[in-house]
Design a protein around this ligand. Structure first.
Ligand code: PEP
Length: 269
């Protein structure tokens, strides 16, 4: 009798977790907006959001604006993220920023493994993995980006590419630390190009990623993990993408640079 009760309770808890996957909309400002422009943009977002907290909202300004944006989002539901960090704690690493520095300036999140870091700055899976481990050790949450190029999709290797990036990026990451990781599936061919994956294409890869998490961690981890879609998300396509079963949010680039369009993506949740 007692065992049955415990089993039922676990099932109930588990179902609750499944149902409670709250959508997360993040804006990656990239190398845009000086301090003034950043303050204007985040003020517009805060004013437009009001008390609406049906999804989590993260803004990721450039390093130089983090402090000022942080001052404005205190006492609001908007959370702060950085766009990159280095895996060492301190020392002779000219131009780099550490996890602790990001935390000290108010960051709760950091984007790692973005395709622009991989292609323009030659970041490889092993480096991204070291950064993920450092970030989670430092209690920073990670938005971990993965995704295939156009030629990889055309060759039919999307799942292989995504699998490898995921496995290598998450090597030695425990199930406990995985709770602080959001995966952003961003097909490289859709980033900044105006070409979005169809909701079906995106859903297929998202469901594949969730299964990989199940195989490598557990059902609970798979059902709990947030998997965002990124790649030319805009106010016109957001609702359909976000209504897919395994799409738990969006990582938005171009369309997050205007408060109105970012707000309407949030409103489509
Ligand atoms: C991104 O940079 O993560 C991104 C998805 O950009 P965009 O929305 O402009 O395609």
């Amino acid at each position: 009798m007692f065992v049955n009760l415990v089993m039922e309770f676990r099932k109930f808890n588990f179902n609750l977790e499944v149902k409670m996957r709250k959508k997360v909309i993040a804006g990656n400002w990239k190398m845009n907006n000086d301090i003034n422009e950043s303050q204007n943009l985040v003020s517009g977002i805060i004013n437009g959001l009001g008390n609406d907290d049906k999804c989590d909202v993260i803004v990721c300004p450039p390093f130089t604006s983090l402090n000022d944006v942080n001052s404005l989002i205190k006492e609001t539901q908007v959370k702060l993220g950085a766009q990159n960090m280095y895996f060492e704690e301190s020392g002779a690493y000219t131009g780099e920023i550490s996890a602790n520095m990001l935390k000290a300036v108010g960051c709760e999140y950091v984007i790692l493994g973005h395709s622009e870091r991989r292609t323009i700055f030659n970041e490889i899976d092993e480096t991204i993995n070291k950064k993920i481990i450092k970030a989670t050790e430092s209690v920073l949450k990670v938005i971990f980006c993965i995704g295939e190029t156009l030629s990889q999709r055309e060759k039919g290797t999307t799942n292989d590419v995504v699998r490898l990036q995921l496995i290598k990026g998450l090597q030695d990451v425990s199930e406990v630390d995985l709770k602080n990781i959001i995966i952003a599936y961003e097909p490289v061919w859709a980033i900044g190009t105006g070409k979005t994956a169809t909701p079906e294409q995106a859903q297929d890869v998202h469901s594949f990623i969730r299964n990989l998490i199940k195989e490598n961690y557990s059902s609970e981890a798979a059902e709990g993990i947030i998997i965002q879609y990124g790649g030319s998300v805009n106010p016109d396509n957001a609702a359909e993408l976000l209504s897919q079963k395994d799409i738990d949010g969006a990582l938005v680039g171009g369309a997050c640079l205007k408060a109105d369009s970012f707000l309407s993506i949030i409103a489509s949740v």
